[in-house]
Design a protein. Structure first.
Ligand code: NAD
Ligand code: UDP
Length: 315
């Protein structure tokens, strides 16, 4: 690896769950990676194994403040992603998405870097179109408890496309659907980590509502492959592009599968459905398939087993 010729890649939120896997892949292929994080939901431990690599660097920084570095590519992932974490300080969540996007886009403009935004299926809100294609404009409550995240991410998409139109920036926007795998935060309250941790601790699995709401779960390795392919695709492919696994499950099915796989005598208890909790979610990935030749390869049980093994090692 020649550090002088290597592509300089900035990953904001690089010490988080998805970011750490992305950094790992970029370092492995020889890019010169700068990982930036304020460790709000991420942790140094997630990238500790990369610290000895000469093409990896870690910087504590809050993306709501400007950053002056020289880069060729930017993956903008900084933002808490679990409802529990992003609702903890909702004003800061919106600032992270919006000011973070402005700062990242300003940096891309100054350095002429290509920039990818980690957007989300949450831009579709509680969708009335199913599965969700990129052309669907969404059904988001702008004043509800999820709005700090949903509207922050929608505004970030707006900024990306305005910088593209106004300043000719080379942008990519992917809309990520529920992704899971090792290095999820064990207490982030997201359904996969929550159910696995509850099962491993011998606690009841908390099913919100009647569990008939659906989600589609993508294993992190598949997702990272899709993000990198989008960054490397021809310049006309700005997105927005859905990245997710179209296999759709009810949350009750997920609870039963995790209970069975962990061998837990796990009882399931019903809890109230949180406000504005989307009833269904499933990506239409026709665009990603045709443009990137990408589709997830890891089935739910296979991915869950790797995730269960990771959490077992933690407990
Ligand atoms: P995560 O919480 O593990 O990672 C987010 C990272 O951003 C953390 O390391 C956190 O410390 C960092 N961060 C937060 N605020 C920051 C700030 N102000 N300055 C610097 N760093 C900051 O979550 P994740 O699941 O890895 O999500 C990564 C990205 O992907 C997020 O932008 C999220 O919105 C998006 N996404 C994730 C999913 C999913 O299912 N995991 C789905 C849709 C979109
Ligand atoms: N959920 C649940 N029990 C939990 C955590 C989550 O039933 O302990 C449900 C939640 O109400 C939602 C789905 O699982 O319908 C996915 O929740 P998550 O927080 O993982 O992400 P979301 O897709 O809602 O952003």
């Amino acid at each position: 690896m020649n550090a002088i010729l290597a592509k300089k890649v900035l990953v904001t939120g690089g010490a988080g769950f998805i970011g750490s896997h992305l950094c790992e892949r970029l370092v492995a292929r020889g890019d010169d990676v700068l990982c930036v994080d304020n460790f709000f939901t991420g942790a140094k431990a997630n990238v500790a194994h990369l610290l000895g690599e000469r093409n990896f660097e870690l910087l504590r920084h809050d993306v709501t403040f400007p950053l002056y570095v020289e880069v060729d590519e930017i993956y903008n992932l900084a933002c808490p992603a679990s409802p529990v974490h992003y609702q903890y300080d909702p004003v800061q969540t919106t600032k992270t998405s919006v000011h973070g996007a402005i700062n990242a886009l300003g940096l891309a403009k100054r350095t002429n870097a290509k920039i990818l935004q980690a957007s989300t299926s949450e831009v579709y809100g509680d969708p009335e179109v199913h599965p969700q294609p990129e052309s669907y404009k969404g059904n988001v409550n702008p004043i509800g408890p999820r709005a700090c995240y949903d509207e922050g991410k929608r505004c970030a998409e707006t900024l990306f496309f305005d910088y593209h139109r106004q300043h000719n920036l080379n942008i990519r926007v992917c809309r990520i659907f529920n992704t899971y795998g090792p290095r999820m935060h064990p207490d982030d309250g997201r359904v996969v980590s929550n159910f696995i941790m509850q099962a491993l601790r011998g606690e009841p699995l908390t099913l919100y509502g009647d569990g008939s709401q659906t989600r589609s779960f993508c294993y992190v390795d598949d997702l990272v492959e899709g993000m990198m392919r989008l960054m490397d695709a021809d310049d006309e492919h700005t997105g927005p592009m859905n990245l997710g696994n179209p296999g759709e499950f009810t949350i009750r099915e997920l609870a039963e599968t995790i209970a069975e796989m962990t061998g837990a005598k796990a009882e399931i208890v019903l809890k109230p459905l949180p406000q504005d909790d989307p009833m269904q979610r499933c990506p239409d990935i026709t665009l990603a398939k045709s443009v990137l030749g990408w589709a997830p390869t890891i089935q739910l049980r296979e991915g869950l087993q790797k995730t269960i093994d990771y959490f077992k090692a933690l407990t």
